[in-house]
Design a binder for this molecule. Structure first.
Ligand code: UDP
Length: 594
């Protein structure tokens, strides 16, 4: 009798140190590009070594295990060599076909198919070997296609193997003793590699992913588990690897917007690319995909438990489980925080919120952009928009044009974040101008540049400058001026700024006055970072108090400011307005992406 637990522990404990060592080796190698093994992918060897160790005591009594192992080695070698030499992909498929044909000749072959949801088997006769080859190729290729995110094929294989093991325990008379042992050892060998997968997959790691797919295919053939394997291993990978799902999804979205927007060819993204582009992190995407697979695994186990239940009830169960799964998927996507930076270009992602252009940046990303602007030393304009700013930008044509042309339009305020979340846009954290000022000054110090403060009541800008110099060692104030200046004074202010050449110009005249002022003088002033900061100088100078931290965190800063300054009451109208516009946008969407 085969000892499942010992097999699991052996494969896990063999795979873990080899995976860790491979990981370290890859890190070392990454720092030294080139070399004879630059394109080599050794991740499949970890799997083979772990399985060989766990299966060792049984190789004599179970010669089929030797066939399976040699087949795995064959798949691994074919894929790795083709990758290294750079032959066309079709050679890999031919290699998998050859291996599948060989193992099928050695008796590892589909002989019967179980009718879905029943215990009735149909004999296949000479179709068996053909079906085996087709099945094995589908398994290997589907896993191989997801190789660029190796954690996904490895994670899916771990979950699938664990599920197949449970199914074997539930249905021992159908699956026999070999399948649970292969399942649990495969589970151990895969799980150990998941934490290291990110680095192992940096070259594509298709040899590793194909090999994992091969073993899942073999396991489903050995235990007559193809239905379950399809549900828990192939279906998730079809969703990930075939852009059909994402294409259908975007196609449907396009249809809702009318035929004019149909451009499916450009939208044929894989699901993980779609999620990454939506601002989810690599880790989140892996988590989402594996959680979806785990959900399918539970459904598959329940289907086996319900094997005696009538077909209609099982169909009903599948419909409810499918609809429930999609709902959970949708809600999870809405709730997860996202980054507004494009992973590929590293630049802030542009979105359109209710027709207004915004960048999905948080504080640190906005500061990184500001630093880049300073390094370029060309005039740049940053606008921060809260809910009232967005409403104004929709209604004020000049402000709208300014936001279209600004170098960075940062979201500010809970209303904007809420509207963006409802519209599924990658804006998750607010980036208040007030929070930015101190860090912006630090960036200026680091870059050896000074800061100019313009705006607010007389005495405020000077007091704010004082506070900032006390707080930030090395800060140089190029100058300051209050915001109630005459036309003559304005000429003098512009001259003053041009002469002192600050790296940062903080303009506190309130929206939209400050944005229009900056736009008017931007090219003339030649300041690399010009930003409208609204009432922030009043707060920094200590003339006004900022809302307590808990209110800021709860997104209630607007309430505090309105209580303190009732004259701001009319601005509150922006909140229901933005909410109403958001609901309308949800019902009749316009193009949101740029
Ligand atoms: N302000 C100014 N000149 C003007 C109008 C306004 O300097 O002609 C200043 C005003 O004193 C205040 C800031 O601009 O310090 C605007 O603050 P508000 O709270 O209205 O702006 P928000 O932060 O809401 O954009």
């Amino acid at each position: 009798m085969m000892d499942n637990l010992t097999g699991f522990l052996i494969s896990l404990s063999v795979a873990l140190p080899i995976a860790a060592a491979t990981y370290l080796w890859e890190r070392w190698r990454l720092a030294r590009p080139g070399g004879p093994f630059a394109k080599a992918d050794f991740s499949g060897l970890i799997l083979l070594a772990a399985l060989a160790a766990a299966w060792w005591p049984y190789l004599q009594s179970q010669p089929r295990l030797i066939v399976v192992l040699l087949g795995g080695l064959g798949v691994f070698l074919v894929i790795a060599i083709v990758d290294m030499v750079g032959w066309p992909r079709v050679v890999q498929v031919l290699g998998v076909i050859a291996v599948a044909a060989l193992i099928s000749r050695q008796g590892i072959s589909v002989t019967t198919v179980k009718l879905p949801f029943t215990t009735t088997f149909v004999s296949l006769g000479w179709w068996g070997p053909i079906l085996t080859v087709v099945w094995m190729v589908i398994c290997a290729v589907l896993f191989g296609r997801a190789a660029s995110i190796l954690a996904v094929p490895l994670g899916v294989a771990t979950l699938a193997a664990a599920t197949l093991f449970v199914v074997c325990l539930l249905e021992p008379q159908i699956t026999g003793p070999l399948a649970p042992f292969v399942a649990i050892t495969l589970c151990g060998a895969c799980i150990a590699q998941v934490p290291f997968a990110r680095l192992l997959s940096h070259k594509g790691a298709s040899a590793g992913a194909y090999t994992v797919g091969y073993f899942i295919g073999v396991l489903s053939v050995l235990g007559a588990l193809k239905n379950t394997a399809f549900l828990v291993a192939l279906l998730p990978l079809i969703i990930v690897g075939v852009p059909l799902f994402a294409a259908t999804f975007t196609y449907a979205a396009d249809l809702r917007r009318g035929w004019r927007a149909l451009a499916v060819a450009e939208r044929r993204q894989h699901l993980h690319e779609l999620l990454l582009n939506q601002g989810y992190s690599h880790l989140q995407v892996i988590g989402i995909l594996l959680a979806g697979t785990a959900y399918l695994c539970v459904a598959a186990i329940l289907l086996v438990v319900l094997i005696e239940v009538t077909f209609v009830l099982k169909g009903l169960f599948l419909i409810v489980a499918g609809a429930g799964g999609l709902l959970i998927f949708y809600i999870t996507l809405r709730l997860l925080p996202r980054s507004g930076t494009d992973e590929i270009s590293g630049k802030p992602r542009q979105v359109r919120l209710l027709g207004v252009r915004l960048h999905g940046v948080g504080l640190s990303e906005a500061l990184a952009e500001a630093e880049r602007f300073m390094a370029e030393d060309k005039p740049h304009m940053i606008v921060t928009l809260d809910a009232s700013g967005v409403v104004q930008a929709r209604e004020d044509e000049e402000l709208h044009r300014i936001t279209e042309e600004a170098d960075l339009v940062a979201p500010d305020g809970a209303g904007v974040v809420l509207a963006a979340r409802m519209l599924n846009l990658p804006i998750d954290t607010r980036c208040a101008g007030c929070d930015m000022i101190v860090d912006l000054c630090r960036v200026a110090v680091r870059r050896g540049r000074s800061v100019y403060l313009l705006g607010a009541e007389p005495g405020v800008a000077g007091a704010a400058a004082n506070r900032l110099t006390q707080q930030i060692p090395g800060l140089e104030i190029a100058g300051y001026h209050h915001g109630y200046f005459s036309a003559d004074e304005e000429v003098q202010i512009v001259k003053d700024i041009k002469q002192t050449r600050p790296g940062v110009l903080l303009v506190a005249l309130g929206i939209p006055k400050q944005e229009k002022w900056i736009k008017k003088h931007l090219q003339d002033l030649q300041v690399p970072v010009c930003i409208g900061v609204g009432g922030s100088l009043d707060i920094i100078s200590g003339h006004k108090k900022r809302a307590p931290m808990w209110m800021q965190r709860a997104g209630l800063e607007w309430l505090y400011r309105t209580i303190k300054e009732p004259r701001r009451l009319p601005r509150l109208a922006a909140l229901p307005k933005i909410l109403w516009m958001t609901v309308r946008e949800l019902l009749a969407p316009q193009d949101r992406d740029i």
